[in-house]
Design a protein around this ligand. Structure first.
Ligand code: GDP
Length: 470
């Protein structure tokens, strides 16, 4: 298996001689332009040439076989996402055999007696979904939209719908809490209908299932519906050959070192192989399934945990297999250097940002300097991306600092120095001394847990700064 430099030039849109030069630089030799080079050398070259390497992974011509669906649960806070995932986890045959899954792996599989299975991502929420997508990892095949039967459509319900729509991922609606006397599933359906979801009851193709996560009712029906939806999508993957996967969660274990849970996309992953995960690398010392059992191999749509990485990757990082330790090191170093170059270039660009020339002569853009603090990196990134969407010919959003953790005195100092406001997302309210310091310095702190609310709030702030603008 391999690719020729001619093909590589075609796929990357780069000059052949330039690619050959890089090939020599990394110590590879070819006799003619039609000699194949291995995919990881090709990737290395592409990366050196500054081309997005994902484009190289192609399953063209490979035999594709049906694979299970990967499902994400979304919905408004308190509508029962976590409870539903817990209930679904318990329905799995494997879970029953293993006496329940106690470990949190970031994903689990429900296997049906029929032999079919569904993979659920175990991190409910929109931030995780958008963070993964922002990094190019399209892992989710189907979104389960949880709506509480007593509460109905709420802001995060709408947010979930728009996330799924933008990502072009079909929705299956689970109307939850149907055990409650105040439950009114019909009202929920009407609300969803008027939000543009074409439900099956109304002649559309969005399936709706009434469930109770607490009462454990409707779960079979939900699983059947998901299987049916998956069948219609004819999900397929290459089973043989080198593995490709995406990280859904990574953590540091005191005894075992960095552990990454990944969802297999294609190929077969084998224990002992060398892998490059984002900018990290390692040799798989142990491969575990979702029950914690050590396994030898993994196939598409399976969540697996790998042990043996040298560093901690990030959610959304892609996983590729390489032949040797040397290659793994080379790729990892190359990627780290590229990340550093990108970071520097971005910092320079932001420093010398040229005002938008498309605006009318003399019309000034309202500057919005912002400091973002969030619970985890993925959320911070998602918040940054959505705030940047406020940029227009009249408004210039300037993200001064992005951080993880509570709002600190140094954030307040920085805000004061730049005349910025502070956005706290999914974190605790600032302590009293910090709140007071901010108040004294006349710094606005916006605390939010819903992107939609945050954007609304920022919109108001912009109007305050420049009345008559929006
Ligand atoms: P999340 O924020 O969407 O993850 O919601 P949770 O799963 O934490 O559930 C929020 C609350 O709703 C909890 O108190 C649950 O016990 C309750 N809840 C979840 N599902 C059901 C259900 O099917 N019926 C009833 N009556 N309560 C539920």
């Amino acid at each position: 298996e391999g690719i020729t430099i001619v093909e590589l030039a075609k796929r990357t849109g780069q000059n052949i001689n330039y690619l050959k030069q890089i090939l020599t630089n990394v110590g590879e030799k070819i006799d003619t332009e039609f000699d194949p080079i291995t995919v990881d050398v090709a990737e290395l070259i592409a990366m050196e040439a500054g081309v997005n390497v994902r484009r190289l992974h192609s399953d063209e011509g490979a035999v594709l076989e049906p694979r299970p669906a990967v499902v994400t649960v979304m919905g408004h806070v308190d509508h029962g996402k976590t409870s539903l995932l817990d209930a679904l986890r318990l329905t799995s045959v494997a879970a029953k055999e293993a006496g329940g899954i106690t470990q949190h792996l970031g994903a689990f599989v429900v296997s049906m007696p029929s032999g079919a299975s569904i993979t659920f991502l175990d991190t409910p929420g929109h931030a995780a979904f958008s963070a993964m997508r922002a990094r190019g990892a399209a892992v989710t095949d189907i979104v389960v939209l949880v709506v509480a039967a007593d509460d109905g459509v709420m802001p995060q319900t709408l947010e979930a719908i728009s996330h799924a729509k933008t990502a072009n991922v079909p929705i299956v609606v689970a109307i939850n809490k149907c055990d409650k006397p105040s439950a009114n599933p019909e009202r929920v359906k009407i609300q969803l209908g008027s939000e543009g979801l074409l439900l099956e009851d109304m002649g559309g193709d969005v399936q709706v299932v009434e469930v109770s996560a607490l009462g454990r009712t409707g779960l079979d029906k939900l699983e059947e519906t998901l299987l049916f939806q998956a069948e219609m999508m004819e999900l397929k993957a290459r089973i043989n050959g080198p593995a490709h996967a995406y990280v859904v969660e990574a953590r540091l274990d005191r005894g075992r070192g960095p552990l990454a849970t990944m969802i297999m996309q294609s190929g077969t992953l084998v224990s002992g192989q060398y892998v490059v995960v984002g900018a990290e690398w390692g040799r798989i010392r142990a491969l575990r399934d979702m029950t914690g059992k050590v396994i030898e191999k993994a196939w598409p749509a399976m969540p697996v945990e790998i042990e043996g990485l040298r560093g901690l990757p990030m959610a959304g990082d892609d996983v590729i297999v390489v032949e040797t330790e040397e290659r793994a090191r080379m790729l990892s170093t190359g990627r780290k250097e590229k990340m550093e170059r990108d970071r520097l270039r971005k910092a320079m660009e932001e420093k010398f940002e040229i005002p938008d020339a498309s605006g009318e002569e003399g019309s000034e853009r309202v500057e919005m300097p912002i400091i973002i603090k969030a619970d985890v990196q993925g959320t911070a990134q998602a918040v940054t991306d959505s705030l940047k969407s406020l940029n227009s010919s009249q408004v210039s959003v300037n993200i001064i600092h992005i951080g993880v953790g509570p709002i600190s005195q140094s954030d307040v100092d920085l805000a004061q120095a730049c005349g910025a406001c502070i956005v706290g997302f999914n974190i605790r309210s600032p302590s009293l001394p910090i709140s007071l310091a901010a108040k004294q310095a006349n710094i606005k702190i916006c605390m939010h847990r819903v992107i939609y609310h945050l954007l609304e709030d920022m919109g108001k702030l912009i109007v305050q700064k420049a009345p008559g603008m929006l």
